[in-house]
Ligand binder design. Structure first.
Ligand code: SF4
Ligand code: FES
Length: 247
């Protein structure tokens, strides 16, 4: 396959970026999207140009690092992570536009790499419980109802990729936040500090500059881990309860 790539290039956080066009030949439909970018970078290095900076780590859909806006969609045309997207989803002769996540709390560091440490600070603001309880207890020592355990497990699959923020016209991180609040708040072990946790995490979310949720649902449609929209209802319910109880 031969493709035309329009790629966002930006020297550093302070520099003004621009789209650059590259022609890439020899792309196999079996390549992952990131392998296609590796091929582009080989071509750039060979011709003495600087390779395109982009994030990746596991390349197995686990870590959430590979954040790219492809043809205007978070992670591209399939509901998956960018590393699990394959070139068979494109056609010979296609023009593919590749940009970083576009959200103020995720500043561009270089080319396609953004700083997502705002997510880390949201998690730090809530944590699990602040008391030091020593080493991890035996897993079955606190029985958890099966439905709650399954719900917590399912939403804990959020990999913090930021696709929900990139897809949301408000730049809201409510789906990510709802997933974290739900997985920590569903289990018996998460009940201590449940209410202060939600207030602190929502406060940090807003402080970072993420927008509010207006029930558009783009986030859940783009989420590679299929985090359901109702975690946002759970988030709002917990927040209301917390504020009603004076937290
Ligand atoms: S909720 Fe989904 S899209 Fe958002 S950070 Fe988690 S895995 Fe990524
Ligand atoms: S590189 Fe880890 S999820 Fe894509």
């Amino acid at each position: 396959m031969k493709v035309t790539l329009k790629v966002w290039r930006q020297e550093n956080a302070a520099a003004k970026g621009a789209m650059h066009t590259y022609e890439l030949d020899g792309v196999s439909s079996d390549m992952s999207f990131l392998e296609m970018l590796d091929l582009l970078n080989e071509q750039l290095v060979t011709s003495g140009e600087e390779p395109v900076a982009f994030d990746s780590d596991c390349r197995e859909g686990i870590c959430g690092m590979c954040s790219l806006m492809i043809n205007g969609q978070a992670h591209g045309p399939e509901v998956t992570t960018t590393c699990q997207l394959h070139m068979r989803s494109f056609n010979d002769g296609d023009t593919i536009t590749i940009e970083p996540w576009r959200a103020e709390p995720f500043p561009v560091l270089k080319d396609l790499v953004v700083d997502r440490s705002a997510f880390d600070r949201i998690i730090q603001a809530g944590g699990y419980i602040s008391a030091n309880t020593g080493s991890a207890p035996e897993a079955n020592s606190v029985p958890a109802p099966r439905d709650k355990a399954m719900r917590a497990f399912n939403v804990a699959t959020c990999i913090g990729c930021g696709g929900c923020v990139a897809a949301c016209p408000n730049g809201s991180a409510s789906l990510f936040l709802g997933a974290k609040i739900t997985h920590l708040g569903e289990l018996p072990q998460g009940q201590p500090e449940r209410w202060s946790r939600v207030v602190d995490m929502v406060g940090q979310h807003d402080h970072e500059g993420f927008g509010g949720c207006t029930n558009i649902g783009e986030c859940a449609a783009a989420c590679p881990k299929e985090i359901p929209l109702d975690v946002i209802s759970q988030l709002n319910k917990d927040l209301r309860t917390a504020l009603k109880n004076g937290h």
